[in-house]
Write a protein that binds this ligand. Sequence first.
Ligand SMILES: Cc1cc2nc3c(=O)[nH]c(=O)nc-3n(C[C@H](O)[C@H](O)[C@H](O)COP(=O)(O)OP(=O)(O)OC[C@H]3O[C@@H](n4cnc5c(N)ncnc54)[C@H](O)[C@@H]3O)c2cc1C
Length: 506
Amino acid sequence: MTKRILVIGAGPGGMATAMRLAHKGYAVELFEAEDRVGGRMRGFTLGDYAFDTGPTILQVPRVYEELFNEVGLNFTDYMRLLRLDPNTRLRFWDDTVLDLTSNIPAFKQQLAALRPDLPDAFERWYVEHIRKEVVGYAPYLGTPVRPVFDYLRPSELAAALPFRPWETLYDHYWRHFQDERMVYGLSYPAKYLGMHPAACSSVFSLIAFLEFEYGIWHPEGGFRALAQALGKAAADLGVQIHLNTPVKQVWLEGRTVRGVELASGERIAADAVVVNADFGYAQQQLLPPQARGRYTDQKLKRMNFSCSTYMLYLGVDRRYEGLPHHQLYLSEHIRKRERPYVDDSALDETNPSFYVCNPTLIDPSNAPAGHSTLFILVPIPNTSYNVDWDAKQASYRDLILDRLPLLGFDHVRDHIVAEECYTAVTWEQEYRTYLGAVFNLGHDWAQLGPLRPHIRADHTRGLYWIGGAVHPGSGLMTILEAARSATTFITEDLPIAQPMAAVALP
Ligand SMILES: Cc1cc2nc3c(=O)[nH]c(=O)nc-3n(C[C@H](O)[C@H](O)[C@H](O)COP(=O)(O)OP(=O)(O)OC[C@H]3O[C@@H](n4cnc5c(N)ncnc54)[C@H](O)[C@@H]3O)c2cc1C
């Protein structure tokens, strides 16, 4: 007989886990509070303009292909990915421009113009990372987390130590390049781990390598189309998706999960519950105290949560031809290695770094002909630092619009037709994200691997977590890897008889 599993939240992690569980033969129901799937990547429309809300950078497409293949589907039947070149254009505090690209010879040519020995230094770094991917990806990112001592076995240490994991990302890049443009340029992905390179382990240099090696991609129709594709695939596999159906709390008897109680008051019984709602939010809102284990309010306060993001989503009546899809301005302030710069504990109101996505050139479907959308992101403090956004929002908008020419977006103010703005408060309240910390838990040593919250809840039988808070981390790629681990744990704990293979009669 099959077993029934309920998933709370149709974020990417919830949908990927639901797909895998349905394929294994479980009866899966997914409850989503909003009117559409996708979570932080659900997107929205404003008049004739369609916007992605969260992710814009898709790394390592094989992770998506594997998800679909492993459940018997073909990713290309659901989604087309478009490769970007350059991957990202960086503009630095000193006006240097560097295009990160998977065209390695072209990248080295740019490096030679910065300093003649940099291409060779980059070559050495690249070769080291070919090995680092072999040693680091499958055993660490691509497999379920193991007990701490497992990582301390002599064979593990012998494999890992040559890569100096104790170094910070800053020290790692400085050792290789002795140039702060390279240090901050290659460590920008640390931001979406919620970390400053001076506070982040060098193990994460693997992310920059993966972007060089496998490129950066854009899902045709945007990440909101990717969200719909995951939802459709889940439905095709038999997952019942209930939209506009917020869960009030996980229903428990003692320390055993019995199901969920919906906001409507209805109780749905199940053998297991997978929580994809944001970890901190769900601890506080969806679990009774006996199921929270050590994650009390005090513990959550002591944990390190990521920054939030200020967002401007603009529909404009022109196109910015010739400007890359992804651009990042790295200001002088990113070089400061003290508070508040290193931990985003205060709003930078003078010279913040910022990112702009210009998606319409490659994907014109999101705006009327001749128009485009712009997606502007600025790292800001999460809500634990009490920025008064009612007072600051208008002036911050002005500051950011004034700075857009730094990335080539001239006279944007004159062309705005539609506009939406998010602050940390929006992420907290409208996206049910603890502290508005959009990249979830930070990835410092105390919150890595087995020290992150566990997928299989420690104190409650039948409760599982999936999303950015669990190992291996908070990006789409890592969350999809975690969905495979979640399925492994659930099939171990709740085995069901596999459907018999059909036998051909003579
Ligand atoms: C601005 C921004 C930029 C980002 N950029 C990138 C990027 O470029 N690349 C990348 O890989 N990642 C990026 N990320 C991170 C990525 O978006 C997240 O890691 C990912 O969306 C988190 O997925 P999740 O599975 O944890 O679920 P979430 O997206 O957090 O979804 C959780 C779901 O649970 C639902 N829910 C909550 N409470 C309830 C309830 N009580 N009942 C029912 N449903 C509930 C929510 O409505 C939501 O749909 C970005 C995020 C943001 C915000």
